[in-house]
Write a protein that binds this ligand. Structure first.
Ligand code: PGA
Length: 249
């Protein structure tokens, strides 16, 4: 079965409720005929309003993080049951910014991925190398390690349904997009790693996105590569014309 491409926006820490409602109200009619799965990763505080607006449309809501415990004394955290109750479909897990600034580790990524599934949502698991790792020639080992640890003890069914986003750190927010060949090479490597860990059927089902300076002008070429099933998009998901073009890419 052909994999449905995904255009996933990651707003990061941008847009309060008012701006989010205005933006999403314009996005919904602009992407209604898209053949891609359109997802918007919005700040926690925007989720209730955005989820209400998106109900019954083809736009799905993602959270940008989630804690792996269901409840308890974890000041400042947000749990799976809280997000599921609001109608969240996807949760972005292990973004490089969370790994760098908020001490996310491969172990917590794995715990969070399991917790996302436990509450009926789907993780979008991020991985990617630094420029230094690429230059040292260890990017392949690094990505394979991140993928193996993230997927530890997940079932065939779970891995078939989840999304992995390859985001080279040197390409995030820098305007320096990986070439479509560079992106394809690693997305292929990720798929082969899943085939090794699980089987061909699972590897053919899992969706692998590319992220890092995706924009309207390069999405077609990137999303057209054999192992790239769409994009995780930061900056360009905040601009209506750009996001419309990428969603409909
Ligand atoms: P960018 O961010 O598109 O602004 O490079 C991508 C991401 O961090 O998900």
């Amino acid at each position: 079965m052909a994999r449905v491409k995904m255009a996933a926006g990651n707003w990061k820490m941008n847009n309060g409720v008012k701006a989010a409602v205005e933006f999403v109200s314009q996005v919904i009619p602009a992407v209604k005929d898209s053949n891609n799965e359109v997802v918007l990763g919005v700040p926690f505080v925007c989720i209730p309003d955005v989820a209400k607006l998106c109900a019954g449309t083809n736009v799905k809501v993602a959270a940008q993080n989630m804690y792996f415990k269901d409840s308890g004394a974890y000041t400042g955290e947000v749990s799976g049951p809280m997000l599921a109750e609001l109608g969240v479909s996807y949760v972005i897990i292990g973004h490089s910014e969370r790994r760098e600034y908020f001490a996310e580790t491969d172990e917590t990524v794995n715990l969070k991925a399991k917790a996302v599934f436990a509450h009926g949502m789907t993780p979008i698991i991020c991985c990617g190398e630094t420029l230094e790792q690429r230059e040292l020639g260890i990017k392949d080992e690094w990505i394979r390690m991140q993928v193996k640890l993230a997927l530890k003890d997940l079932t065939d069914e779970q891995v078939s349904s989840l999304v992995i986003a390859y985001e080279p750190i040197w390409a995030i927010g820098t305007g320096k997009t990986a070439t479509s060949e560079q992106a394809q090479e690693i997305c292929h490597l990720i798929r082969e790693c899943v085939a090794e860990l699980y089987n061909r059927e699972v590897a053919d089902a899992v969706r692998v996105l590319y992220g890092g300076s995706v924009k309207a002008s390069n999405c077609q070429e990137l999303f057209g590569m054999a192992d790239i099933d769409g994009g995780l998009v930061g900056g360009a998901s905040l601009k209506l014309d750009e996001w419309q073009a990428i969603s409909n890419c």
